[in-house]
Design a binder for this molecule. Structure first.
Ligand SMILES: [Zn+2]
Length: 258
């Protein structure tokens, strides 16, 4: 697969590049796409492959039109598409122009939350899928956290447990619960994991948290969290993963399809 896409990429010149998803398709879908979409696709590819990076100024519309062999209005339409996807932004004034946008992790998380939220509950993305993906990420993450945690992470985790014990109400309880899990992800030192897991936590809370969770459930959660932190604090990677697996398996009951 990697081999095939590399060779097909080599056959394409940069001027006719239309995006990797259509590269090996015998039917040339790109011919059916409007010109502005093709321009947007090519600019997007330059951004995604790192040829253009955050803050880079794009050439003026007239120059881009000349490069692509399309009109200025086609270029403008393409830039509108990219702007709507948050990939470029236009700044007015003498020092203005169109720039490759900075992407903040929060923006990505918000976008993912919206997308996962819209898909969730349908056949495309069931509650079981979300819980399964969460376990795949978090069980390994707990093990990594045990290896990489700094003292501040352990302190923050213990403080979060104390707050959980004293909080009241379903949504507050859950927020503290989410926060606890977020610190473990943070302790891995892997920023992408934070971006990927935070929206999942939020969708689980907003869409699937069962209304009838009994108080004993939260007492048990506190207990399990303590075990997880003890293992992380001890640098026991395997133990932390096991404790997280046991915890996540048990709390599955707190979620259901609404
Ligand atoms: Zn938990």
């Amino acid at each position: 697969m990697g081999q095939a896409s590399t060779s097909s990429a080599a056959r394409r010149s940069s001027a006719t590049r239309t995006g990797s998803s259509t590269a090996s398709t015998p039917l040339a879908v790109s011919r059916l796409r409007p010109a502005y979409q093709q321009v947007a696709d090519q600019l997007r590819e330059l951004i995604l492959n790192g040829s253009l990076t955050s803050g880079d100024r794009l050439p003026p519309e007239a120059d881009l039109g000349g490069n692509f062999g399309v009109s200025r209005s086609t270029v403008r339409e393409a830039l509108r598409v990219l702007a709507s996807q948050g990939l470029v932004k236009t700044v007015r004034g003498t020092t203005g122009g169109t720039f490759v946008a900075d992407v903040e992790p929060d923006q990505v998380s918000d976008y993912l939350e919206t997308s996962i939220g819209l898909m969730s509950g349908s056949d495309a993305l069931t509650l079981g899928d979300i819980l399964e993906a969460r376990e795949m990420l978090e069980v390994r993450a707990a093990g990594l956290a045990a290896k990489r945690r700094e003292p501040r992470h352990v302190e923050a985790l213990r403080a979060a447990i104390e707050r959980e014990k004293h909080s009241r109400g379903r949504s507050v309880k859950f927020r503290e619960h989410r926060h606890f899990h977020g610190i473990i992800i943070e302790a891995t030192g892997n920023g992408l994991l934070t971006v990927m897991t935070e929206p999942v936590f939020r969708v689980l809370q907003s869409q699937f948290l069962s209304p009838g969770v009994p108080p004993e459930f939260w007492v048990q959660v506190d207990h399990e969290h303590e075990t997880i932190v003890d293992r992380i604090d001890a640098g026991d990677s395997e133990g932390a993963s096991e404790a997280m697996q046991a915890h996540l398996s048990r709390i599955r009951d707190a979620y259901h399809n609404v």
